[in-house]
Write a protein that binds this ligand. Structure first.
Ligand code: ARG
Length: 461
């Protein structure tokens, strides 16, 4: 077979070269985008009279058959044909002869590959948004069940102030909601149609680029032919969006690993998302959470790899850009695997409310509330901070918590104390009096959950 692109080359590439520069092993996954794009291009060529309309219909119908045949497993791709674009075109010409040779009029693989990858990523980003929506729904449901589940809030991983498990989980809701918004924003820049840029300098044919964009569901067309073929910003942006999703998953996974340890016992991961040990019979390991945490590294790696690949490229297309695909595909695949595993893992975990509460009783997390009580009774905050600190020191000596001190013991440190101090240092009231917007009080969190319900409904429609 003489290659379609080898007009000026006398010798055939040796087989190793073919293997080295071929991308069919990974870009074949864009077969549908490639064919759909070609159909739109062929239709436009016919409509514009650039090729006879009758011939454009022959091309379109053959392309539709090729698509069906690929989907039913009847087509084997050839490494010698290099990539998905050349494979499809070679098959087309094999089937319909010289009419097929007209498809590539007013087009280059450079704008073709840019089109395919944009189409592919549009679909993938939409899938990922769907998976995020399921995760957000699950988080809101977990929150709804835990608006009164007191747990320690941490800074420096030290018990700091009491919150509820609902409030903690809803912090992640915010992160994943931003991830969803970020994807939508990134999609605006993916959703631009590059075909018509051709190799780099557009073309003398009177292409109707807007018609192609409309047919393929793009919002607009690229405005500069050089940029149209050399821009991969949208892929970098998507990789960044995916990196942030992984970072958020990874932080939560880190907490799940920690919380399922003997030292915390805040949660128990269901057996379906845990594994045993090959030697220690008693073990139940949170492997899935660890694996998601671990996979975060490769997604970050792919972002850095693409940025680095692009950083020295002169305009316009360079073959280096073929390196964009494996990384982006792997990142997309990784996120699409991790999101549902994570969602199901948290939906099925057991929350040990008593253990969370017991842990919240440690570490004098109501010391700020004790100081705040003093402030409300006329003591300046700095003095109140000192008195509360003195009480904590006393408690440590006596092996007591603040709420276990007698009123006499309180009064011994400051005569201002009266009985009502006990109401304010009760853990539940420490949480539920934090009614400021964004606070952990049940009344605030209930409102947020309701707002989230409305938001999720909108996102589903
Ligand atoms: N397989 C190539 C890629 O992924 C397609 C574009 C090739 N263009 C070229 N002039 N060699 O980037």
């Amino acid at each position: 077979m003489k290659k379609l692109s080898n007009g000026r080359l006398k010798a055939e590439a040796d087989s190793f070269t073919d293997h080295f520069h071929s991308s069919i092993s990974f870009d074949s996954r864009m077969y549908k985008e490639d064919i759909t794009g070609s159909i739109a291009h062929a239709r436009m060529l016919g409509r514009q009279g650039i090729i006879p309309e009758k011939e454009s219909l022959i091309i379109i119908s053959a392309l539709e058959d090729i698509l069906k045949d690929i989907e039913s497993g009847k087509v084997t791709f050839d490494e010698k044909a290099e990539d998905i674009h050349m494979n499809v075109e070679t098959i087309l010409i094999d089937r319909i002869g010289s009419v097929g040779k007209k498809l590539h009029t007013g087009r280059s693989r450079n704008d073709q590959v840019a089109l395919d990858i944009r189409m592919y990523l549009k679909d993938q980003a939409a899938d990922i948004k769907g998976l995020l929506l399921k995760l957000l729904t699950t988080l809101n449901n977990i929150a709804r069940d835990n608006t009164e589940t007191i747990m320690p809030g941490f800074t420096h991983l030290q018990n700091a102030q009491p919150v509820t498990f609902a409030h903690h989980v809803l912090a992640y809701f915010e992160m994943f909601l931003r991830d969803d918004e970020r994807l939508s924003d990134c999609l605006k820049r993916v959703n631009v149609m590059p075909l018509g840029s051709c190799a780099l300098a557009a073309t003398t044919y009177r292409l109707d680029r807007d018609m192609v964009a409309r047919e393929l569901g793009f919002d607009s067309v690229t405005r500069n032919s050089l940029d149209g073929v050399s821009d991969r910003d949208f892929a970098c942006e998507l990789l960044f969006c995916l990196s942030l999703i992984m970072m958020h998953l990874s932080r939560f996974c880190e907490e799940l690993v920690l919380w399922s340890s003997q030292q915390f016992k805040f949660i128990e991961i269901s057996d379906a998302y845990a594994t045993g040990s090959s030697i220690m019979p008693q073990k139940k390991n949170p492997d899935m959470a660890e694996l998601i945490r671990g996979k975060t590294g490769r997604v970050y790696g792919e972002l850095i790899a693409l940025l680095t690949t692009l950083k020295g490229l002169p305009l316009a297309y360079n073959k280096d850009m073929q390196e964009d695909k494996e990384g982006v595909f792997d990142a997309v695949d990784t996120v699409k695997m991790c999101l549902p595993v994570f969602t199901n893992m948290i939906a099925t975990m057991t929350v040990n409310k008593e253990n969370m509460l017991a842990s919240a009783r440690l570490g004098f997390m109501n010391a700020t509330d004790c100081a705040d009580w003093l402030v409300r009774h006329g003591v300046p905050f700095r003095d109140a901070h000192g008195i509360s600190g003195q009480l904590v020191m006393y408690c440590i000596e006596k092996g007591k918590s603040l709420e276990e001190l007698t009123l006499e013991e309180f009064k011994a440190v400051s005569p201002v104390f009266v009985e009502s101090i006990y109401d304010d240092i009760d853990l539940k009231s420490c949480v539920n009096r934090r009614t400021v917007k964004g606070g952990p009080a049940k009344e605030c969190v209930d409102k947020v959950i309701e707002e989230n319900d409305r938001l999720l409904k909108e996102m589903m429609s």
